[in-house]
Ligand binder design. Structure first.
Ligand SMILES: Nc1ncnc2c1ncn2[C@@H]1O[C@H](COP(=O)(O)OP(=O)(O)OP(=O)(O)O)[C@@H](O)[C@H]1O
Ligand SMILES: O=P(O)(O)OC[C@H]1O[C@H](OP(=O)(O)O)[C@H](O)[C@@H]1O
Length: 182
């Protein structure tokens, strides 16, 4: 059986990573969404994730349970090793990643692809305020990180998500199908 591919979706907070990934998975049968392990309050809303305490996260990280992990916005994030089973069973998987872990992701996963979503910072600010998951202070910190450059050596397909969500979703779906035949 051909292995599935891991597709990392990256970009600034509020650019629409989770929204795009969810719509792509709904429209492309067999594509799974990676459920991240996060030291965030269980009732925070937004994506489906596994909430853990900081001590549980650190102990699971130390025992090698995560294929990738990073810290951002005062939170810790881990990618559970169950994603390897999905890939081995031929399922493509979409994962919301920090731009900072792309070199490790590229090194660890054969056929790894990166899709970078972009939108003007004014659009990000309006979306984060409307989403209402973070405080104004946290939103300001997230916006300050919007221009974080991709690490050197990372190749990404760039998709703008400044207009209707359906347009960005269609572009991402086309990119995934395009890269499958290479
Ligand atoms: N094309 C779009 N048009 C209008 N609203 C959008 C669009 N894309 C996403 N949104 C909205 O913007 C907000 C942020 O989207 P989402 O949570 O998917 O972003 P994200 O990149 O995953 O953010 P974070 O990194 O902070 O988790 C959500 O409320 C979502 O509904
Ligand atoms: O700015 P960079 O490092 O690319 O991304 C940092 C983090 O920002 C987002 O966090 P969340 O999904 O809002 O919790 C991403 O998912 C990632 O975990």
């Amino acid at each position: 059986m051909t292995s599935g591919r891991l597709i990392g979706v990256v970009g600034p907070s509020g650019v629409g990573k989770d929204s795009v990934m969810q719509a792509v998975a709904e429209q492309r049968p067999g594509t799974v969404l990676v459920r991240r392990v996060i030291t965030r309050q269980a009732d925070a809303g937004g994506e489906d994730f596994e909430p853990v305490t900081l001590s549980e996260f650190l102990s699971r990280e130390a025992s090698g349970e995560f294929l990738l992990s990073w810290a951002a916005h005062g939170l810790h994030y881990g990618i559970p090793d169950s994603v390897a089973d999905d890939l081995a069973q031929g399922r493509d998987a979409l994962v919301n990643l920090s731009r900072s872990v792309l070199p490790q992701a590229q090194a660890r996963f054969a056929g790894f692809r990166t899709i970078l979503l972009t939108a003007p910072v004014t659009v990000l600010a309006a979306r984060l305020a409307a989403r209402g998951r973070e405080s104004a202070e946290d939103i300001a910190r997230r916006l300050a990180r919007a221009g974080f450059a991709l690490p050197p050596g990372v190749q990404a397909d760039v998709v703008e998500n400044a207009g209707p969500l359906s347009e960005a979703v269609a572009e991402v779906l086309a990119l995934i199908e395009e890269t499958q035949v290479q």
